[in-house]
Design a protein around this ligand. Structure first.
Ligand code: MN
Ligand code: MN
Length: 289
């Protein structure tokens, strides 16, 4: 069982079981925004998602599934030290590795996107054949951002350092430097938001998949609560259907990142994020029902 020494206990996400031992999936928060390039605040994401989760129903009519049918445990937030990028990433890695050693699925709420790097590293050690689906307005494939190699703007580049770009599918990107759009050594699979939704699950096939959702893939009109809003994004319904379409796949881990709740005084962005987390829990555990 993972160590609870590093965790801050909080009111759990809607539908969490009471005992970690009985769960198939361990949800945890990564309240880290140390490298945000424009507006910080993603560290407040996990607490906001939990707080508003009570406003949701446990039942999802799109997946015809209920949170009460799937055993997941919300372990709280990792107590990430502000200002310590490597220490924070290492904490996320150790948490995910401990969850894998217990034959459970780790699932993280960010936090900024850089937290995906240690989570993917742990996932690769558990499932060397995995593929990644990356929902985002941005590719995050820069080699450096302002001279820094570890940044939320470089996270997919650091992941490409770990394995082949052909094993990553980028979905929804609409902003970046020219090379991110054109260099196939960096990104071999790019899926603009306009084509058929079941193409994603067909691309995955029977390979194990890690899914990373940068919520700025959504249009800022429905999701303004994020650090780098990018006009021209997809609707909530489109993103929910993309994720629900992966319910038949074999998930090995996932994260939902880049909610910065304080930029949205209406609070709707937090509810959007919580509903995406609900969809992710249900889709990733659909084999358990
Ligand atoms: Mn982004
Ligand atoms: Mn990103």
């Amino acid at each position: 069982m993972f160590s609870t020494a590093d965790l801050i206990p909080l009111r759990p996400f809607l539908g969490s079981v009471r005992e970690a031992e009985t769960a198939k999936l361990i949800l945890f928060g990564c309240p880290f925004d140390g490298t945000c390039s424009y507006r910080p605040g993603a560290r407040f994401g996990p607490a906001a998602v939990r707080e508003v989760s009570d406003a949701l129903e446990t039942y999802c009519p799109v997946l015809k599934a209920d949170l009460e049918e799937v055993p997941f445990f919300d372990a709280g937030d990792l107590n990430m030290p502000p200002g310590d990028v490597r220490g924070s990433l290492d904490m996320a890695y150790r948490m995910a590795a401990a969850v894998y050693s217990n034959r459970q699925i780790p699932a993280a709420i960010g936090g900024e996107h850089l937290i995906s790097l240690p989570l993917v590293r742990a996932a690769l050690e558990s499932e060397p054949d995995l593929v990644i689906v990356h929902f985002d307005a941005h590719f995050d494939l820069r080699n450096q951002y302002l001279g820094v190699e570890l940044s939320h703007a470089t996270v997919l580049r650091r992941i490409v350092d770990l394995f082949k770009p052909s094993r990553i599918l980028h979905v929804g990107q609409r902003s970046g430097v020219r090379e991110e759009f054109t260099e196939t050594e960096l990104q071999a699979n790019f899926y603009p938001a306009t084509t058929e939704p079941d193409w994603i699950s067909k691309w995955i096939g029977d390979r194990p998949v890690y899914v990373t959702v940068d919520l700025d893939v959504l249009d800022p009109s429905i999701f303004p609560g994020t650090g780098t809003p990018e006009p021209g994004g997809v609707s909530f319904t489109t993103l929910q259907n993309w994720i629900a379409g992966l319910a038949t796949c074999r998930w090995v881990g996932w994260d939902v990142v880049e909610l910065s709740p304080t930029y949205d005084p209406t609070g709707v962005s937090s509810i959007v994020a919580a509903k995406i987390v609900r969809t992710m829990v249900l889709a990733s555990l659909s084999g358990c029902r």
